[in-house]
Ligand binder design. Structure first.
Ligand code: NAD
Length: 330
């Protein structure tokens, strides 16, 4: 069976080819995204696989149907970039990868916390310059600090477990409480209390109408002075302008983000040689106490194996005429 793998990067080619060795799909890797301008390329395949940069709208779905393609296999968990209603109407199945390696994002979160606290980027650059002075590199111990974890699903819970080992006091907020968190001896509190009491606040909930800009001007004013804010979930959870004001006034002591509001224009694209046109991103990047990574929390070999295996299994199920409830949206 021929599968067109759109928006594929070198790592997709490597991991999908390796995991496909015994399955025998005829995988066609395409660098470009699937959208209404490129959909013509899909006509040579029996199914397509897409990721976050592809736009599978109504016109793309109609074109896929006209090419006799009846399945879109997402290589990510989110599905905001596909018109599910139209897919349903046209009888096109959609599958995704709902969970992959919570450790990858939780460990990346910890890496950002430690790098910010101990100023590792600045320290490394100084030493490269033969400057072994430590002035300005003062950090704090994580032991006994209060960490607020917002969202205790797969990733939040994994972070809670990791931070328990550091001797942190952990406060959690989630509308759905996990018995695993309380079994570890940690408490759920209101979002307001978490915001008021935490030295470090880390976001691990989805972006919804309710959670959009959950960290806004008012929330920031209620935080401890010199608070550390970490967001490895979705950019829209924080109001970037409010964060910039908080950084300018020094209310916020540290900011670590793997995701940003203006992400679709930045993430996963190599913009090193281009001028990034986004004033807010540029402003954020000027603060010495801000660490920004490129939506790479998921990016470990274990995650990529899981993404490839689940996507290929979804395709196997589809071609065998079966549906696996957990991963099939339609
Ligand atoms: P999950 O579904 O297992 O857990 C999400 C938790 O958030 C649930 O317990 C839910 O009850 C809770 N929640 C929902 N709305 C909330 C709210 N308003 N306030 C507080 N909690 C709320 O998801 P997960 O696998 O732990 O992923 C968490 C987030 O991490 C995802 O939404 C995604 O945005 C992000 N993510 C980032 C990367 C990356 O590479 N940086 C990779 C995967 C996922």
């Amino acid at each position: 069976m021929k599968v067109g793998v759109f928006s594929s990067k070198s790592y997709d080619r490597e991991f999908f080819s390796a995991r496909n060795r015994n399955l025998g799909f005829d995988l066609g890797f395409l660098d470009i995204a699937l959208n209404k301008e490129t959909v013509e390329l899909a006509r040579y395949f029996d199914a397509v696989s897409v990721c976050v940069d592809d736009l599978v709208d109504s016109s793309v779905l109609r074109a896929l149907k006209s090419f006799d393609i009846h399945h879109v296999a997402l290589r990510c968990s989110g599905f905001n970039n596909i018109d599910l209603k139209q897919a349903h109407k046209l009888g096109i199945g959609v599958s995704r990868v709902p969970n992959y390696s919570a450790e990858s994002v939780a460990e990346h979160t910890l890496a950002i916390i430690l790098a910010l606290n101990r100023k590792l980027l600045k320290a490394g650059n100084r030493v490269l310059d033969n400057n072994f002075g430590i002035e300005g590199l003062l950090g704090f111990n994580l032991r006994n600090k209060t960490v607020g974890v917002v969202g205790t699903g797969a990733i939040g819970l994994t972070l809670v477990k990791i931070l328990s080992g550091f001797g942190c006091k952990i406060l959690c907020y989630d509308p759905v409480q996990s018995a695993d968190v309380t079994a570890l001896g940690h408490n759920y509190v209101s979002l307001q209390e978490l915001i008021k009491e935490s030295d470090v606040i880390s976001l691990h909930c989805p972006l919804t109408e309710d959670s959009q800009h959950m960290l806004d001007h008012e929330a920031i004013q209620n935080m401890k002075d010199k608070v550390m804010i970490i967001n490895t979930s979705r950019g829209g959870l924080i109001n970037t302008q409010a964060i910039i004001s908080g950084l300018k006034s020094k209310k916020i002591g540290y900011l670590g983000i793997d995701v940003y509001e203006m992400e679709s224009e930045l993430a996963n694209n190599d913009l090193i040689c281009e001028k990034i046109p986004l004033d807010t991103y540029q402003r954020l990047a000027t603060f010495p106490n801000v660490l920004i990574t490129s939506h790479q929390g998921f990016f470990t070999s274990e995650s990529l194996v899981q993404i490839a295996d689940t996507t290929l299994r979804n395709l196997q199920y589809y071609f065998a005429g079966k549906v696996c409830d957990e991963t099939f949206l339609l």
